[in-house]
Structure formats: structure tokens, C-alpha cells
Design a protein around this ligand. Structure first.
Ligand code: HEM
Length: 414
């Protein structure tokens, strides 16, 4: 795996004159070596120190054991979600630019903000999205199947989640490129160019402000049946949602599902391209798809989140101070040998797989049914039409990291 040196990290190296040589006490999650291969870093930490610490991007702790991460995820008294970035964006004006309920809310507000959204992501709603996802995946395969090569990330994985969530929100699929650019500027390039990321956040909020305004001119009852209308017409204790809440939730629904699922699909196709035995086994026995998807999610969990320490507390003997950041490395917990047998091995029919790719506790992913369906359909439709495939050249594959880890270029041939 290779990647361009991350420029935020490079700037810090230039200032300090060195890249980290001590992952336990001088953690740098933007170091390209960590982005390319976090797995060996976690292996080293496990035998040395299960809670890494660093100050390169503000004081931050990163527990890597499953039980420690789960305990923090469940402890909303000491750990807040009001700063969920693994690295903080600078603030403009007074306080945070963006609230994105429920992901940035703590109880009690979190409880009702989440409840409003739950029905839209229930299994029945997701079943209704399956045929749409299948036909989208088929169209994407149609466009490349007659060639002998494609970029499994750029030509395929990247398009599926954005189009599906656009459909559910009720925004035009023709705006896809703009949505993808926002996801890239906010979640992938955000740590290198914080100002550009803040501008992109404002653009997303303006965009949804316009969509809401359009709907306000349509009488209730005639508005399109989509997530934007649902949020506009929702209430809390009889009051409509405030503008900040409404637009922030739209922002969250657009962004939470794009980069995450794109990364999950991309990693899955990368795995199949680099592990011919798993590809052959899944082709020979398609009934393995459900356990294969869970194992992909465990092995290549894309999402890391942040928490803010609210009051001084010890975790695994480490003194965390109020204001410190905790990096919730769910992907590291998914490789914990205390919870998973042979954790660094891909076992396509793994029977016990209580991974937390989707997090744990009150913020557990609200879109997990949708994400699982998209991953399953994307892999099935690709395997149905694309013959046995492999990487063109492993050195051409690039990965991004930070909040969401996934491959951005996966050139394959068949
Ligand atoms: C493979 C794909 C995905 C992964 C790995 C993933 C992962 C996660 C994780 C780890 C969290 C917990 C955040 C925390 O603890 O702070 C989360 C929350 C959330 N996810 Fe996902 N996600 C995925 C896809 C989606 C999709 C498709 C949607 C749909 C829009 C979505 C919507 C959300 C929302 C709304 C929350 C916040 C829930 C809350 O705060 O109560 N996710 N996700």
C-alpha cells in the first residue's frame, strides 16, 4: 500500500524535525505510515501500552483495547460527543460552526434527536432501497464490464452510497459530484486544509437551506416523501426543529453515509483482489456473503470518532484531563485478540463476530442496516458480472485516513 505524504503531518515534521518514533507517547494518526498500515502500530502498542497518547494535534488519547473503547462509548457522563472530529477544526465566531444531531449531541437531547431519525432507517425502509441500489450497481458495472480493467474505488464504490442517500434525502442525483467533493474536502482533505473544510461545511448547510426553502413553498401533504420533508415536519414536544438542528441533521445524513460506505465497499473489493482464495470461495458459495460482509467490516472498519473528556478521569490507569480528546479507534478494537480469535486473519465464515465497526453505545450507527445492504449488493453485483479480478499494481492503490480510512484508488484488471 502506498500513499502521498499527508501535508499536515509533513508540516509538523518540518517544524519538529522528525516523524514519530514512539507511537505510544507521541502518537500521530496523520503519519502516512499509520494511514497505510495502522495494524502493525496496534500490534506494537498491544504488547507495550494499550492507550496511546500524543500532542501533535492537541492532547489526545487513543485506547486500542475493545473493552476500554466500549467502556468510553457507554460513559456519556465523562465523555462528550460535542467534538467528534479525531482532530478539531478551528472555530469561526462563537462556538462550533456545526451541530449535527444526533451525532454531536449528548443526552438528553441525543435521545429525542436520534428517535426522530430511527424509523427512516428501519429494515423495511432499507428493503425498499434494495432494488434501487441493485439497478445502480448494475449500471456502474455495465459501464466497465466490456473493458478489461476499472478503478474499483473511483468507477464503482464511490458512486453507490452517494446516489442512494441522495435518493433518500430527496436531492437530485445530478448533484452527485458536488456531494462527493464536499465529502472529500470535509472528511478526507479536512485535516490538511482546515479553512477549505470549514468553507465546504458552510456550502453544505447553504445547499440544504435552499432545499428546505423550496419545500416551504409546497403545501404540507404535497411535499415529496423524503428525509428532508420528514425532518421539516418533525417536532420535539410540539415545537418544530430549529433551523440549526434541521440543517445539521441533513448535513449529517448526507456526509455520514458517503465516505464511510464508499470506504467499506472499496476495502472489500481491494481485499477480494488481493486474496484470490477468498474471491474464489465467495464465487463458489454465494451464501457466504453475509458473514463475508461482517468480516470485511471487522477487518477494514473505516470509522474513527472523537470524544471530549468532560472531567478528569482514569482509563486503564491513564490520567485523562477535562478538555482532552479521545480517539475512538473502533477499528483497533476489532483486532483485539481478547475478543477475536486470530484477529488479523480474514475468516470468511467467522461465526462469532461481534465487531463494532458501527460503534457502540448510544451513538451506534443509525445507518447500519443501509450500509450492510449497500455493501452486500455492491459485492454481489460486482462478482455477478466481473470475471476473476486482481490489482493492476499494488503500488497504485492509495488510502486516506484520519476520521475515515479507505482506499481511494483501486485499479483492477480481469
Ligand atoms: C460502512 C459504513 C458505515 C460505517 C462503518 C459507520 C460507522 C459509524 C460509527 C462508528 C458511528 C458511531 C459514531 C460515534 O460513536 O460517535 C456511526 C454513527 C452514525 N452513522 Fe454510520 N456508518 C456507516 C454508514 C452509515 C450510513 C450509510 C448512514 C446513513 C445516513 C450512517 C448514519 C449514521 C448516523 C446518523 C450516526 C449517528 C448516530 C447517533 O449519534 O446516534 N452511517 N456510524
Amino acid at each position: 500500500m502506498t500513499g502521498q505524504k499527508n501535508s499536515a503531518s509533513a508540516a509538523i515534521e518540518a517544524e519538529t524535525g522528525r516523524a514519530t518514533s514512539d507511537w505510544a507517547r507521541d502518537l500521530d494518526i496523520l503519519d502516512q505510515r499509520y494511514i497505510d498500515d495502522p495494524f502493525s502500530v496496534w500490534q506494537g502498542l498491544r504488547s507495550q501500552c494499550p492507550v496511546a497518547f500524543g500532542e501533535r494535534h492537541g492532547r489526545a488519547w487513543m485506547p486500542i483495547n475493545y473493552d476500554d473503547i466500549a467502556a468510553i462509548a457507554h460513559d456519556t457522563e465523562h465523555f462528550s460527543s460535542r467534538r467528534i472530529g479525531v482532530i478539531d477544526l478551528p472555530e469561526r465566531g462563537d462556538g462550533p460552526l456545526l451541530e449535527a444531531p444526533p451525532i454531536t449531541s449528548d443526552p438528553p437531547d441525543h435521545t429525542w434527536a436520534r428517535r426522530l431519525l430511527l424509523p427512516a432507517f428501519a429494515p423495511r425502509q432499507i428493503d425498499a432501497m434494495t432494488p434501487i441500489t441493485q439497478s445502480l450497481a448494475r449500471e456502474l458495472v455495465d459501464a466497465v464490464v466490456h473493458q478489461s480493467h476499472a478503478d474499483a474505488a473511483k468507477d464503482y464504490a464511490q458512486h453507490i452510497p452517494v446516489q442512494v442517500i441522495a435518493h433518500m434525502l430527496g436531492v437530485p442525483a445530478s448533484d452527485e459530484q458536488m456531494f462527493t467533493d464536499w465529502a472529500v474536502r470535509i472528511l478526507q482533505e479536512g485535516f490538511e486544509d482546515l479553512e477549505n473544510s470549514l468553507d465546504a461545511i458552510l456550502e453544505v448547510l447553504d445547499y440544504f437551506g435552499e432545499r428546505v426553502e423550496e419545500r416551504r413553498h409546497i403545501p404540507v401533504g404535497d411535499r415529496p416523501d423524503d428525509l428532508i420533508t420528514m425532518l421539516m415536519e418533525a417536532d420535539h414536544d410540539g415545537d418544530p426543529l430549529g433551523e440549526r438542528h434541521l440543517l445539521g441533521s441533513c448535513f449529517l445524513l448526507l456526509l455520514a453515509g458517503i465516505d464511510t460506505t464508499w470506504s467499506g465497499i472499496g476495502s472489500s473489493l481491494w481485499h477480494l483482489a488481493t486474496h484470490p482464495e477468498d474471491q474464489a470461495r465467495l464465487r463458489a458459495d454465494p451464501s457466504l456473503i453475509d458473514t463475508a460482509v461482517e468480516e470485511m467490516l471487522r477487518m477494514y472498519s473505516p470509522v474513527n470518532m472523537g470524544r471530549e473528556v468532560l472531567s478528569d478521569v482514569h482509563v486503564a490507569g491513564c490520567p485523562m484531563k477535562a478538555g482532552d480528546k479521545v480517539i475512538m479507534a473502533f477499528p483497533a478494537g476489532n483486532r483485539d485478540p481478547a475478543h477475536f480469535e486470530r484477529p488479523d486473519e480474514f475468516i470468511i465464515d467467522r461465526a462469532h463476530n461481534r465487531h463494532f465497526a458501527f460503534g457502540s453505545g448510544i451513538h451506534r450507527c443509525l445507518g447500519s442496516n443501509l450500509a450492510r445492504m449497500e455493501l452486500k449488493v455492491a459485492i454481489q453485483e460486482w462478482l455477478a458480472r466481473i470475471p476473476t479480478f486482481e490489482l493492476v499494481d499494488p503500488d497504485l492503490v492509495t488510502w486516506t485516513g484520519g476520521q475515515v480510512r479507505g482506499p481511494r484508488t483501486v485499479p483492477v484488471r480481469w
